[in-house]
Structure formats: C-alpha cells, structure tokens
Design a protein around this ligand. Structure first.
Ligand SMILES: NC(=O)c1ccc[n+]([C@@H]2O[C@H](COP(=O)([O-])OP(=O)(O)OC[C@H]3O[C@@H](n4cnc5c(N)ncnc54)[C@H](O)[C@@H]3O)[C@@H](O)[C@H]2O)c1
Ligand SMILES: O=C(O)CC[C@@H](O)C(=O)O
Length: 528
C-alpha cells in the first residue's frame, strides 16, 4: 500500500491527531514540539502539513519541504503563508475558514467587557493583593455606547449582532460588502472612516493586507474621542503598535483589548508594561469547541489532500507553467495587475467585472477573467483570494463576471480590457504586451496612455489648462516625492489624465494638496 506522510507542525486538538493516527495508509508525524530549525530538517518527509499561525511558511520552509503537495492552515488567517511561493512549487494551500469564528467573536466581547470594567486589574487587586476596595473599580457600561466595527465579515458581523444584544449603537465600515448585510441587522453602514473614529469603542475584524496594516495610526487616534476604547482580535499591526502605545500612555485611549501582536510570541512587547490594557496571547481561536472543529476539519482536509481526493477551502491553484502557452503568461500577469489597479482606483463594493480579450489572447478569456478577479478582490481579501477560489468568491459576493472575446484587436496583436463597476463608479483599463513580455497600460477611462504598471502611481484627472504639470511638479518636489515617470493622456473635450509614477510613498497631505488644485477633477493613488 502506498503510504502518504502527514506532518503536524503546530499544536492542534487531539481529536484531529487521533484521526490521523488511525489511518493505515498514512504515516503520521507529530512535529509540534520541535524547535522551528529542527522542523526544517524533517519537513522534507511530508506530503501534507498541518500548521497554525506559529509556523512561518516562508522560503526556507518551502525549500526544505521538498515533497510537499498540500498545506492545511488550521485556522483563518494565512498571512504567515507565502501563498505565491506555494503556488509556484505546486503546493495547494487550504485554510479552515469558519471553524473558529465564534471563538474569536466571543473573545472580542470578553476584551470589550474586560476593558469597560477593568476586569483583570480588579481581579488581581483582590486575588493577588488581597485588597477589597470597591470604590476603586468604577467601570463603564456597554449600553448606549457607540461601537465602530472595521470589517464586517464572519467575525465582525457576529460581533455586531452581540453588541446589539448589549443595547449598543453599532456602525460598521467595510467598503467591500453590500450595505444591507449591516442595515438588515439594524446596524448603521458608513463609507466614511471618520464615522468609525468618532465611536466610543472601536474593534477591527479585517484580514492583514497592504490596505489594513496600520489602518489605525497616530493620525486616526488624534481624531478619536478622549477615552476611546480599542479592541484588536484580528491581526497584529492593524493598529500601529507605537501609536497605540502612545495613545494608551497619554490617556487618549482609555483602555485597549489586544489579542494579537506584530511579533509573536509577544513577551517583550512594550504594550505589556501599560496598566490600561487587557492582553491575551493570540487566544481568539482557543476554545475547546473551536479547536475540536478546526483540528477535525484540518485533519480531514489533510487526509483528502494526501489521498488526492479533494482540496476543500483551497486558496490557490498551482500555476502549472508548462500547461500555459508562453505568450499568454504575461497577459495573465498584466490582467491581475489591471484588476488590482482598478479596485484601488475605484474602491467600493464590486458589482461587476467585464473582461475582454481581443486578438490571439481572446481564446484565453476564461483564464483572464480568473486573474482579473484575483487582482480586483486582492484589495479587500488580501492573500485569501487566489486562482482556485476566485470564481467562487466572486459568485458568493454577487459579482457579475462577464467575459467577451474577439479575434481582432485593431492596431494591436492582442489587447485585454477590464471594466470594473462598483456601487460608486466605473473604471475601464486596457493593456497589452509589447515585444513578448513588456507590459503596458494603454488606456484608462478613454484616455490613451503608455504606462508601465509598476510601483506607486498617482492618477490625476484634470482640466487640460497651461501650468498644471508645473503645479503638480512643485507640490511633489515640496514633499520630496521623486517623479520616476510622467505620462499624459488627453481627450478632445479638454480633459487630461496624468499618470505619475513616483519613487517614494505619497502621504494623504500630498494627495489633498494635488486635489485642491483648481484644475483637479480627481486624484487617486494606487500601489502595484
Ligand atoms: N485572534 C484570533 O485568534 C483570530 C481568530 C480568527 C480570525 N482571526 C482574524 O480575524 C480577521 C477577520 O476574520 P473573518 O473570519 O471575519 O474574515 P472575513 O474574510 O470573513 O471578513 C473580513 C472582512 O474584512 C473586510 N475588509 C477587508 N479590507 C477592509 C478594509 N480595508 N476596511 C474595512 N473592511 C475590510 C472584508 O470585506 C471582509 O468582509 C482576520 O484577520 C483573521 O485572520 C483572528
Ligand atoms: O490559532 C491559530 O493558529 C490562529 C488562529 C487565528 O488567528 C486564525 O487566523 O484562524
């Protein structure tokens, strides 16, 4: 009998381990107690691994895991997994997305209540110091307080429901959902982040993405109410830890409840020195019920994958380079960039994607659509969106994906086009490949251009009057923003679209100043 090896790299509930032990066709190795450098010496034996957040699936791990075919992340967040690295090596990555939802929701409520009543401090005062001083421990009630929820997915929406049961006034910010998901629950929906910053208590439940890292920093804390309470049971770094520390230290933030840290284990984190914070060592998923569910589901997914039966909750599709004609690959890559660019330039709940392949690329419009969807949803879903689940997730979100192909492409050999429609606006971007692999955006919203889709880009639509380019240059120079490239598209009606590639980060201040120019119609900033 052919035996498959499943290695468990982190501690999971014993129910999952028992499922693996009892299989005649499975070699089961429990490596959860091995130091991580020792793990690298044995992981080469594994066909499938089960991990949690404490194992970094990075280049070193993947180089050592020479036989690996599939990886099961026993939990939701995959920010510790190099999914592209796995895809390139043909390793299928799966997660177990909803088994710990309730555990994380309830820990969030525990932190919220703990913060409002200084629960651990009152507890320690009595238990450790044997002091009975009731007048020291006046807390606050949740009732009638305004709760701001950033991210209204599986966890955020359930926190909202529970907060309503506590008679709180609840508002959510999640530009990627249909507002009725909140309003149907009697929860206010906003697209103005400042409405969240005005709340009494703020909690975050987004994935860790380029957009959400540091979504709460010093500037946001400055705008908050005196005595605000902040909760983070999602991912370390969504609240900038230095700004959080400062805010807690100077009392602007009355209390914080924190389960997750930028660097874990977080035993040296300065936040632990403060006495207006409740902290837990990443326990969001740690209930018996959830760990039982996660371990058994992860074990079943690992068994199915090892036997090649199925890959439930797969997040990627290994890119089998040899099955894709060479000329198609740069178009797929370009289409993903166009999707990412379009979603950043036109933020909001995506209603539809129209993907067009013209010329010889036309017959690959199905693949183009998958890559466009991945790019467009990467903005809201981070690393959890990939080639396997893109079509499914788009359907689940009610996004209408339309594919059109045509054998001719005008002046080009092939051209690809994306029209992305959100609840707010429509953006259309076209691109092509020159000389086999040179990617170019050739049109944005009807403006003909020639732009390399790369790095930091400012899109500046303006009335085409003398002096605009000079004004833009002056503002960027004032803020030491170096221009790497400046492309201008003009139309017959007297409008122009400038695409400015810049070498360094552009602050909101710069964007506001550009937008304040008389000629400005809009300013958008995207990073590819
Ligand atoms: N502490 C723990 O042990 C623990 C346990 C489970 C999950 N988590 C973490 O909790 C978070 C939420 O998990 P989930 O299962 O609810 O995920 P989910 O995918 O169901 O929901 C995430 C929501 O965030 C929204 N979002 C994305 N970018 C946003 C942005 N910039 N602004 C506002 N909203 C945005 C998405 O549209 C989505 O609705 C993840 O980071 C996950 O890793 C932590
Ligand atoms: O227990 C873990 O591995 C982390 C759980 C949680 O953060 C998740 O993302 O599922």
């Amino acid at each position: 009998m052919q035996k498959h090896t499943i290695m468990v790299c982190d501690h999971i509930h014993e129910s999952g381990l028992k499922m693996l032990e009892s299989q005649p066709d499975i070699n089961y190795i429990n490596a959860a107690d091995l130091p991580k450098d020792e793990l690298l010496k044995v992981v080469g034996q594994a066909d499938v691994v089960i991990t949690r957040s404490s194992t970094e699936i990075n280049e070193a791990f993947l180089n050592a895991a020479t036989n690996l075919k599939a990886l099961v992340r026993a939990g939701v967040g995959v920010d510790n997994v190099d999914i592209d690295g796995c895809s390139k090596r043909g390793i299928i990555v799966m997660n177990v997305p909803t088994a710990n939802t309730i555990a994380a929701v309830e820990l969030t409520m525990a932190h919220m209540l703990g913060c409002m009543r200084s629960f651990p401090y009152a507890h320690n005062h009595l238990k450790l110091e044997r002091v009975w001083k009731r007048e020291k421990w006046y807390g606050y009630e949740l009732k009638d307080k305004k709760l701001g929820i950033i991210g209204f997915g599986n966890i955020g929406s359930r926190v909202g429901k529970r907060a309503k049961a506590f008679e709180m006034d609840v508002i959510t910010y999640d530009p990627y959902i249909n507002p009725s998901k909140a309003t149907d629950l009697g929860i206010e929906y906003t697209t103005n982040f400042d409405d969240i910053l005005a709340c009494d208590i703020i909690t975050i439940h987004t994935p860790k993405t380029q957009e959400t890292i540091g979504i709460i920093g010093k500037k946001e804390i400055d705008k908050m109410k005196e005595g605000v309470v902040l909760i983070n049971c999602a991912r370390g770094g969504l609240y900038d830890e230095e700004a959080l520390y400062e805010g807690l230290k100077n009392g602007k933030i009355r209390f914080a409840g924190i389960d997750v840290f930028v660097k874990e284990p977080a035993t040296d984190n300065p936040l632990l020195d403060l006495d207006n914070i409740t902290v837990t060592p990443h326990l969001g998923a740690n209930t018996h019920e959830s760990q039982y569910k996660i371990a058994t589901q992860a074990a079943q997914q690992a068994l199915d994958a090892a036997r090649g039966i199925s890959y439930p909750n797969a997040l990627n599709l290994p890119i089998r380079e040899n099955e894709i004609p060479d000329f198609v690959k740069p178009y797929l890559d370009l289409m993903q960039k166009i999707g990412f660019l379009a979603a950043q330039a036109n933020r909001g709940a995506i209603k539809s994607l129209k993907i067009v392949g013209e010329g010889e690329i036309g017959e690959f419009v199905e693949s183009l659509a998958t890559f466009a969807t991945v790019g467009a949803l990467k903005e809201s879903l981070g690393e959890t969106i990939n080639y396997v689940n893109a079509d499914f997730v788009a359907k689940e979100r009610g996004i209408d994906v339309v594919k059109v192909s045509s054998p001719t492409a005008g002046a080009y050999k092939s051209i690809i086009r994306l029209r992305l429609t959100t609840d707010k606006e429509v953006i259309e971007i076209s691109g092509t490949i020159f000389n086999d692999d040179v990617q170019r955006i050739v049109e944005i919203n009807g403006f003909t251009l020639d732009v390399e889709p790369k790095g930091r880009m400012i899109l500046f639509k303006n009335t085409d009057v003398p002096g605009v380019i000079g004004d833009v240059g002056q503002i960027l120079a004032k803020y030491n923003v170096n221009i790497a490239d400046f492309r201008l598209g003009r139309d017959k009606s007297g409008l122009a679209l400038a695409v400015i590639l810049v070498d360094n980060d552009v602050s909101e201040e710069v964007l506001k100043e550009l937008d304040a120019l008389k000629a400005s119609i809009y300013v958008k900033y995207v990073i590819l």
